[in-house]
Design a protein around this ligand. Structure first.
Ligand code: OOG
Ligand code: NI
Length: 297
């Protein structure tokens, strides 16, 4: 196994343990006869959230994946949510793309900034710089260990009132935010996001409906949907426990580009389909962990 595979497998196994919908969706796909096993699922991309503070944020986390051969691609701006994001193309088609976002902490209120800095101030140098990136076990451990003390419920709630993204990261850190089932190579009846959504809802999964259940790019090339993150019981400082949003699952359909429309289906590969992401789709997908979605009945 390559170092990258060790790191990706580690991310997926913790994520599966924490997000019951992952196993439940895979099981439903097997039962429905869509796939034979989870090995048949193409992972379109995985996503991380970060805080834009000294020594952390995108500039720190991205070093891990750049080291494994990922290439930094387009920038996306989310003015209302105060986020920056980039996507990264993998070194080979068998690996997922990566989407990393970052909160513009400087744009928050003084109070929210002070809360965030009281935690992230414990990090006094870039932790990725002292990691041996060729040691997959060490990187896996890093991605799943605390960089700052466990937050208090009060701080979590104050942050959530201003930025649900900030609250999510202060507790969940680099836990995988989602993985993404690529639907366009599945069998007919399931190979569009609209059809796959119908299957998911029939099986009882709840979809994020912010901006509609199917989010489509203006060029019509990229359609996405996502489940609503389930609430998980989280232990905070002083052993206080409350329910907070965990992670979710996303679904993506990358349509064949117009210039390749004449290619026979058997010749269609990744490079013939719509690449990258779409800020308007992403803006709504972020809300899969927001209370407006998780709190809906
Ligand atoms: C990421 C939301 C955006 C996409 O594919 O556009 C996204 C997040 O919730 O952190 O995943
Ligand atoms: Ni995504």
């Amino acid at each position: 196994m390559t170092t990258l595979e060790t790191v990706l497998n580690g991310l997926m196994s913790r994520y599966k343990e924490r997000v019951p919908d992952v196993g439940a969706i895979i099981d439903a796909m097997v039962t429905e006869g869509i796939i034979a096993s989870d090995a048949d699922i193409e992972n379109d991309h995985i996503a991380f959230r970060t805080l834009g503070v000294p020594h952390l944020g995108i500039q720190s986390l991205e070093k891990i994946f750049l080291h494994y051969g990922y290439t930094k691609k387009d920038y996306y701006d989310f003015p209302e949510k105060k986020l920056d994001a980039y996507w990264y193309a993998p070194p080979a088609d068998k690996y997922p793309r990566i989407f990393i976002s970052e909160l513009r902490v400087k744009d928050l209120s003084r109070q929210a900034q002070d809360i965030i800095h009281s935690y992230t101030g414990e990090v006094t140098s870039d932790p990725v710089d002292s990691l041996d990136l060729d040691n997959g076990g060490a990187v896996d451990h890093f991605l799943h260990s605390a960089l700052w003390r466990t937050p208090t419920v009060a701080d979590y709630k104050t942050l959530a009132a201003e930025s649900e993204y900030a609250a999510w990261v202060i507790y969940n850190r680099y836990y995988l935010n989602h993985f993404t089932v690529s639907v366009h190579n599945l069998k007919p009846g399931y190979n569009t996001v609209a059809d796959f959504n119908a299957f998911l809802e029939k099986k009882g999964f709840r979809l994020n409906d912010s901006g509609g259940k199917v989010k489509t790019s203006p060029d019509n090339g990229l359609a996405q949907s996502s489940t609503v993150a389930r609430m998980i019981s989280a232990t905070f400082a002083d052993n206080e426990s409350i329910e907070i949003a965990g992670s979710y699952v996303e679904f993506a359909e990358r349509r064949v580009l117009p210039q390749f429309a004449q290619l026979p289906a058997s010749e269609i590969r990744r490079e013939h389909r719509r690449e990258g992401f779409e800020a308007n789709n992403a803006d709504k997908i972020f809300e899969s962990t927001y209370s407006a979605q998780t709190g809906k009945k």
